[in-house]
Design a protein around this ligand. Structure first.
Ligand SMILES: Cc1cc2nc3c(=O)[nH]c(=O)nc-3n(C[C@H](O)[C@H](O)[C@H](O)COP(=O)(O)O)c2cc1C
Length: 419
């Protein structure tokens, strides 16, 4: 029989420990986000549908993006035991400079659409965290504006080579003059991918007001307040006649770019140059042999060719083919610090985050991007500790199995034959 007694008010009082309420609404909101998915939920609540969908969406059936995220979830880690890791070092050397974490911010176009602080928030947060920030050719803050937001840290510039070559060359020169140290030359956009959500939402640049957008605006007053009371939302480096993002890309991009363009750009650019959007082993090897400084295995976050290869699946083969000394970076689908750890274990020198950064931005401007970085940092550190490693260099392929739900049949067959 359990003995019962009257409740003791003193014991009850000891249990009652109320936290001081957080009066700063933005901080309260961001503190409640424990994962990047949580930030996405907040972002969706606060951002007009067309802007959120432009960010969150991908091309056609969005299979490339879904599969890339799935591939990271299908990781099995293999921890070592009784290996003390009282501290972990998450820093890396990448492209001739330091980064405090094994990820940087990927280039994203039209960033002030998501939240008015845009690239300034991204570059400022990157500066505070000691990681590189990449400005897109289609950015909404100028090269010099980004430099001012991140004056002492590392800025990278993403280049699209456009039909009007002189525009691209001029931007390259300007980024070099402003002290950007790395150029990411994106090559997976000969034409725009079919972003169906944008079409369905009637999303255009500049954004148009329709009855639907006005109704959708009612529960999102802060976004509209920001939009209407801050400088006009426009491309900082390009002039445009308007249209959907797809129409705009199609008008600006040149489907005939080739290795000849790479040669011209290399002559113009004094810093490091990496090719972004590489999607097979042969191109990786060719680019290494051409003497570029590195590649980004990427399918553009699933926004270009749908059903493209999953970069994370390509990674081990590419690393094997190009050898240990060539810089291989990876993006698409990273939503958790553990994804970054898995990528490094399988041979990535560095990773880039696109939407993870933009969800933070939409959830709370600069502080939201700080929150994204803090969440990923703590996930990276915790995963490393639980694996029993204290530095990124200790991570090796044996720490990770890629579960095989999405492995291409041809590769599985080849491996079976070899066995
Ligand atoms: C809204 C948005 C805009 C983007 N704009 C560009 C761009 O202008 N140039 C570019 O090279 N990549 C662009 N990307 C692709 C990112 O650089 C990156 O490859 C991709 O977001 C990585 O996938 P993730 O979002 O799953 O992290 C964009 C991605 C998003 C989500």
């Amino acid at each position: 029989m359990v003995q019962r007694q009257l409740p003791n008010p003193v014991e009850l009082l000891e249990l009652m420990k109320f936290k001081k309420p957080e009066l700063d609404g933005r901080k309260r909101r961001l503190d409640s986000a424990l994962t990047i998915d949580d930030l996405r939920t907040i972002a969706k609540r606060r951002t007009p549908k067309a802007a959120f969908d432009y960010t969150d969406g991908a091309a056609e059936g969005e299979l490339s993006l879904t599969r890339a995220r799935q591939a990271f979830q299908d990781v099995e880690f293999h921890p070592g035991i009784l290996r003390p890791a009282p501290t972990v070092d998450t820093s890396v050397e990448i492209l001739g400079g330091p980064s405090a974490l094994p990820f940087g911010i990927a280039p994203t176009g039209f960033t002030r659409l998501m939240q008015t602080e845009g690239e300034v928030a991204g570059a400022g947060a990157a500066a505070a965290a000691g990681i590189p920030f990449t400005l897109s050719t289609l950015g909404t803050t100028s090269i010099e504006g980004v430099k001012a937001a991140n004056p002492h840290g590392r800025n990278w510039f993403q280049l699209y080579v456009m039909r009007d070559r002189e525009i691209s060359y001029e931007l390259t020169r300007r980024a070099a003059t402003a002290g950007f140290d790395t150029l990411q030359f994106t090559v997976d956009t000969p034409v725009a991918g079919a972003r169906l959500r944008d079409k369905r939402n009637g999303f255009s640049i500049p954004p148009q007001l329709t009855l639907g957008t006005i109704i959708n605006a009612i529960p999102r007053p802060w976004w509209w307040y920001d939009f209407l009371t801050t400088p006009k939302l426009e491309f900082a480096s390009l002039s445009t006649t308007g249209g959907t993002v797809g129409e705009l890309l199609d008008a600006a991009m040149d489907p005939t770019i080739s290795y000849d363009d790479l040669a011209v750009i290399r002559d113009l650019w004094p810093g490091k140059i990496v090719i972004k959007g590489v999607q097979n082993v042969e191109d990786s090897v060719r680019l290494r042999d051409e003497g570029v400084d590195g590649i980004v295995l990427s399918n553009h976050g699933g926004r270009q060719l749908d059903r493209a290869p999953i970069p994370f699946h390509l990674l081990p083969e590419v690393r094997k083919a190009v050898g240990d000394d060539f810089t291989v970076m990876i993006d698409t689908g990273i939503m958790n610090g553990a994804d970054v750890v898995a990528a490094v274990a399988l041979g990535a020198d560095f990773t880039l985050i696109g939407r993870a950064y933009l969800y933070g931005l939409m959830a709370g401007g600069r502080q939201g991007v700080d929150r994204t970085i803090a969440i990923l940092r703590s996930e990276i550190e915790r995963t490393m500790r639980l694996l029993g490693v204290s530095s990124l260099a200790e991570l090796e392929p044996g720490h990770v199995t890629q579960l095989t739900r999405l492995v291409p049949v041809s590769r599985a067959v080849t491996e079976a034959v070899v066995r």
